[in-house]
Design a protein around this ligand. Structure first.
Ligand code: HEC
Ligand code: HEC
Length: 335
């Protein structure tokens, strides 16, 4: 009986509290109970480094996803991140738009590497400098104050929290389930075609030399190189950031995962197709003072592949397409 009466008393207290209007604090039916989010990627992948100040939670990832697809983040509501970064084509669109694939393993961002650091750093740049997002628009929204509270325990919406939520979502944008991951993984029970195997051999040996820059399970060295596109290397590259003339024409090495989907290619979108890119590496490489020493055949214009070798290399590049990534419902629009 005593317990029952106490329970009743508590109930009345709670009911009273719920009636009290509190404009500063969270509304009473809001809860801050963050659920830890576990990233899922194969053992072959390197360990993704996370930020202690921004632990991954289900609520944080969901909020980041919503922000990515919401034009409200733009001060005039002109577009969302996803307007230029389209899931069907691995989160890219036109030539210069870099895709969003496995960026959780990156530490330098944009073609010239202007932003270096954590995922939180690049997201803060996107929110504050690129979009110049207006946080009062999010605060005035009927849903966001609650979603920020549930993710971070605060109803004050800042660009820092917005960047943190986006960073959490970006870390989940993992592509690790291409045909490559099956047929070139021993014990998977699936095997490459003869063309794919030949292409693999070209890619990963001195014959094609691609692996020096696009090697490893992530298919990028996360570095900057002049791969010989022009005799007068572009001043828009890495040198724009470092001020060092030795960095003229150097650009971020893009991952080749999902490469068949992300054309047109190169920082200026100069090549429409992968065939053109392969022709470039085969016969079109140009030397210049900053050409990368890893472009070992540059003096003779490229690696000189036969027509058969070119189509084998192309078949190999197609094994990097991951449709479970481009169709992953967890990465699609929540609207
Ligand atoms: C109007 C088109 C457009 C919109 C909208 C857009 N981006 Fe981009 N994004 C680009 C372009 C173009 C690049 C490459 C620019 C560069 O390297 O200088 C890029 C590059 C990036 C990169 C660097 C990727 C890498 O590999 O280094 C990230 C991260 C990124 N965008 C995130 C975002 C986020 C987050 C939003 C929303 C806040 C957003 N983008 C909205 C066009 C867009
Ligand atoms: C010296 C380092 C290096 C080597 C070797 C190299 N690449 Fe690249 N690759 C790059 C860089 C850097 C870029 C971006 C250049 C730019 O846009 O200015 C690039 C761009 C590409 C692109 C376009 C990517 C995109 O998203 O636009 C493809 C495809 C590609 N490389 C395939 C290959 C293949 C195939 C080989 C071997 C035949 C190869 N690469 C060898 C550094 C290299």
């Amino acid at each position: 009986m005593i317990i029952a009466r106490r329970t009743l008393f508590l109930f009345i207290l709670l009911a009273l509290a719920a009636c009290t209007k509190n404009t500063d604090g969270p509304t009473d039916n809001w809860t801050y109970l963050p659920v830890p989010y576990t990233l899922d990627y194969p053992d072959e992948f390197p360990i993704m480094s996370l930020q202690q100040t921004n632990p991954m939670t289900v609520q944080g990832v969901n909020l980041g996803r919503r922000l990515y697809y919401d034009p409200l983040l733009h001060p005039q509501g002109l577009h969302a991140c996803a307007t230029c970064h389209i899931q069907d084509v691995a989160f890219t669109s036109s030539g210069e738009v870099l895709p969003h694939i496995n960026l959780g393993w990156n530490s330098s961002f944009l073609w010239n590497g202007k932003i270096e650091g954590s995922m939180e750093d690049i997201m803060l740049f996107e929110v504050e400098d690129f979009f110049q997002s207006d946080m009062t628009r999010l605060e005035a929204d009927s849903l966001y104050p609650r979603l920020f509270y549930e993710a971070f325990g605060t109803r004050t919406i800042t660009s820092t929290y917005t960047a943190r939520a986006l960073a959490q979502f970006f870390r989940t944008m993992i592509s690790s389930n291409a045909r490559y991951d099956k047929v070139f993984t021993p014990g998977s029970g699936e095997f490459p075609t003869e063309e794919e195997q030949n292409g693999y051999d070209i890619f990963f040996t001195e014959k094609g030399d691609c692996f020096h820059c696009h090697g490893g399970i992530l298919f990028t060295d996360n570095g900057f190189h002049n791969n010989g596109l022009d005799t007068q290397p572009s001043p828009l590259g890495r040198s724009q950031v470092t001020g060092n003339p030795n960095d003229l024409g150097k650009f971020k090495t893009p991952t080749l995962r999902n490469i068949a989907l992300t054309g047109p290619y190169m920082h200026d979108g100069r090549y429409e197709t992968l065939e053109e890119v392969i022709d470039f590496y085969s016969e079109g490489v140009k030397t210049s003072p900053t050409i990368d020493p890893l472009m070992k055949q540059a003096h003779q214009g490229g690696i000189h592949l036969t027509a058969k070798e070119k189509s084998d290399l192309l078949a190999f590049l197609h094994t990097l397409t991951d449709t479970t990534f481009t169709h992953n419902p967890a990465l699609s629009s929540p609207f």
